[in-house]
Ligand binder design. Structure first.
Ligand SMILES: Nc1nc2c(ncn2[C@@H]2O[C@H](COP(=O)(O)OP(=O)(O)O)[C@@H](O)[C@H]2O)c(=O)[nH]1
Ligand SMILES: [Mg+2]
Length: 294
């Protein structure tokens, strides 16, 4: 399939990104023009309290490829991504071939989009990660603590879950629409990215990585914080995915997933106890070590 007929929705979660909206859309417009991709920008304003929504409304006449939806109140990045993905999947006649996820703070270069979707366009992959951890991938200006946490975290999770992917948590990614139809995403925190990578791999989709450079934002502020709930959420997710590694590719290890698998109850309660206690312990250890300022 040539790129001219390739329909791509780029989901852009936005929470207080007023200073980035127009610059982002200008760069996407240039990419769209140059690449010939049939690209739609699908912004999800997640109850921003700044002028993000006003900027989107003002931008609509200028950027014909822009669509946007709004949450009445802030529901978090994972909810915004889910809304964006569901909106893209509901598009009919014709539907999108692929859906990309990209941060709206210009830390992901829109210019990388054609390279990101190329493995899908050329039918070499179903799910492509914009990766910091393959040759050519980089981080530019990212604080050392964040780098360290990401590098060590990715390494550990790769070993524990046995998923042969360098950058499991990258927020810059693209997948065939059918991948998002096949996997169920249940995480409420930033862990939704890891959840999607592991579930896509387990469901048998071909995963590829292309190098990207992750930059730092020039406008606005990061909403990621290394809080106790951040670590707790990740720990619970990782332990759950590990416990469920031989089961339903969509299962996360929670009581519901185990009961759906129909396994016997005694070993299940032991596992669930382990999940709860291990995740709390990991979260405590990690959460007490690192606190974010501001
Ligand atoms: N919709 C929505 N987007 C969010 C929320 N938190 C972060 N984002 C968006 O997700 C992307 C990444 O968030 P950011 O705060 O930059 O996190 P970081 O890149 O990990 O530091 C940006 O486009 C944000 O606007 C949220 O609560 N709701
Ligand atoms: Mg960011």
């Amino acid at each position: 399939m040539g790129s001219m007929t390739f329909r791509l929705a780029v989901v852009l979660p936005m929470y207080n990104e007023a200073g980035n909206v127009v610059g982002l859309l200008e760069r996407i417009a240039a990419v769209r023009h140059r690449s010939g991709l049939d690209l739609t920008a699908l912004a999800v304003d997640d109850g921003s309290r700044d002028a993000t929504f006003d900027r989107l409304i003002e931008s609509a006449p200028r950027f014909g490829f822009l669509r946007f939806v709004r949450h009445g109140r802030n529901r978090g990045m994972a909810a915004a991504l889910r809304t964006g993905i569901a909106t893209a999947l509901s598009e009919r006649g014709p539907g999108y071939d692929a859906i990309a996820l990209m941060d709206a703070d210009l830390t992901h270069d829109p210019e990388d989009l054609p390279r990101l979707v190329a493995p899908i366009v050329e039918d070499r992959a179903d799910f492509v990660l914009g990766s910091r951890y393959v040759p050519g991938g980089r981080m530019r200006g990212v604080p050392w603590a964040r780098r360290a946490i990401s590098i060590v975290g990715n390494h550990a999770v790769r070993r524990v879950l046995g998923v042969p992917v360098g950058d499991l948590t990258s927020g810059y990614r693209a997948a065939r629409a059918e991948v998002f139809r096949a996997i169920s995403l249940e995480e409420h925190g930033f862990g939704i990215q890891l959840e999607a990578t592991v579930k896509a791999h387990r469901a048998g989709f071909r995963v590829a990585e292309v190098p990207i450079t992750l930059g730092v934002r020039k406008s606005g502020y990061s909403k990621m914080a290394y809080t106790r709930s951040f670590w707790l959420g990740y720990a619970r997710l990782i332990v759950g995915l590990w416990l469920n590694r031989a089961g339903d590719p969509n299962g996360c290890g929670c009581a519901w997933c185990f009961s759906r698998r129909g396994a016997s109850s005694s070993s299940n309660s032991a596992r669930l106890l382990l999940t709860a206690h291990t995740s709390r312990l990991v979260a405590l250890l990690l959460g007490s070590g690192i606190h974010r300022k501001g």
